[in-house]
Design a protein around this ligand. Structure first.
Ligand code: PEP
Ligand code: MN
Length: 354
């Protein structure tokens, strides 16, 4: 995907973050116009509003549909903002493009379905419109990349993604677990693919939007898409995560934007240090595996089982607690030790087979 282009719209300066803002859903003409006026006054240049709303369960507000296109055209005419909406079917794409929508995004539930993605891709063929693909609801990077490839193969080059977090069975602070490692891996795989963050859907609550947006900026994300409503408490969908245009502007003003390209001497020195430490880590791990294999020999001679669960549990708990004291995350340490342990077991099994 080397010929991907940045997400731009004519007349817009290339800025980081490029910020898209607007209500979860277009509800009424008044709400759409009022929210847009307030956002435009705060300097927002791309307005979002969902016309077709994919709801997890039937019975919720499913969007105003194509009649909202005229409201978005009014937004363009009266504020000069560009407008964006979610598409999930061939009919949505055709209607949105005919209705003057400037940027399309594909929702998390749709991105999880290759048939739907292909249908959308086919409808996009021959059009030059920026498209953002949200991550699928499940933490499946290949499925996300596949969804992006379908749109790319249809000829779309102003193509990007939106990280909106992942459904998780664990109860958590977040509505959708951020699992930052997944968008970071996506960036490693396709470095020129612009990444937006949707702190509204990750957080699910107003107070989480600012810290999540900052985190995304610190990780070098290109843009943000944030839900904003002229009267958040009255929103017909995702009420708890809507913020006023003024709150949104306050958050944006307070974001600390660091350079993504660092080229200082001291940084390369620090990177050298990291490389050396990684060498040492590898040597230590090799040494540890050697000792593991020796233990394997001993267990083989004495007819002992490879896995001794009680020792492993004790080791895991002790080291995780120690890691916390050293300023590291408990879960991080458990994950590292589990991976090391798995490899040790594999090596001991090899010894047993010899
Ligand atoms: C939305 O953007 O309002 C939306 C429905 O988001 P998601 O697809 O991320 O759930
Ligand atoms: Mn929403």
């Amino acid at each position: 995907m080397e010929d991907l282009q940045p997400i731009t719209l004519s007349g817009l300066d290339p800025v980081r973050p490029l910020t898209i803002a607007g209500p979860c859903s277009a509800e009424t003409e008044e709400q759409v116009i009022e929210t847009a006026r307030q956002l435009a006054a705060e300097g927002i240049t791309i307005y979002r509003a969902g016309l077709w709303k994919p709801r997890t369960k039937p019975g919720g507000f499913e969007g105003v549909g194509a009649q909202g296109l005229a409201w978005l055209r009014r937004v363009k005419a009266e504020t000069g903002m560009y407008v964006a909406t979610e598409v999930a079917t061939r009919e949505h794409v055709t209607a949105a493009l005919a209705g003057g929508v400037d940027l399309l995004w594909i929702g998390a539930r749709t991105a999880a379905n290759p048939f739907a993605m292909q249908e959308i891709a086919d409808a996009l063929r021959g059009h030059d419109v920026p498209v953002l693909v949200k991550n699928p609801v499940s933490p499946d990077l290949e499925l996300w990349i596949g969804a992006v490839q379908r749109i790319y193969n249809a000829g779309i080059r102003r193509l990007g993604v939106i990280h909106r977090g992942f459904t998780s069975i664990d109860k958590s602070l977040y509505r959708n677990h951020p699992m930052w490692a997944i968008p970071i891996e996506l960036h490693r795989r396709i470095p020129n693919l612009p990444i937006f963050c949707d702190p509204s859907h990750i957080g699910g609550k107003r107070e989480l939007i600012a810290p999540l947006a900052q985190q995304a900026m610190d990780m070098g994300f290109d843009g943000l898409i944030i839900e904003s409503h002229c009267s958040p408490d009255d929103a017909w969908s995702d009420k708890a995560q809507q913020i006023t245009p003024q709150a949104l502007a306050y958050i944006c003003r307070n974001l600390v934007i660091r350079q993504t390209t660092a080229h200082t001497e001291s940084l390369s020195e620090l990177r050298d240090q990291i490389d050396k430490l990684d060498d040492q880590l590898l040597e230590l791990l090799t040494h540890r595996m050697r000792v593991s294999r020796d233990i394997g020999e001993y267990k083989k001679e004495h007819d002992m089982p490879v896995l001794q669960a009680s020792r492993y549990e004790e080791l895991l708990a002790r080291r995780a607690a120690q890691a916390v004291q050293l300023g590291m995350d408990r879960e991080f340490m458990r994950t590292v030790l589990q991976a090391i342990h798995e490899e040790s077991i594999r090596q001991q099994m090899e010894v047993l087979k010899e």
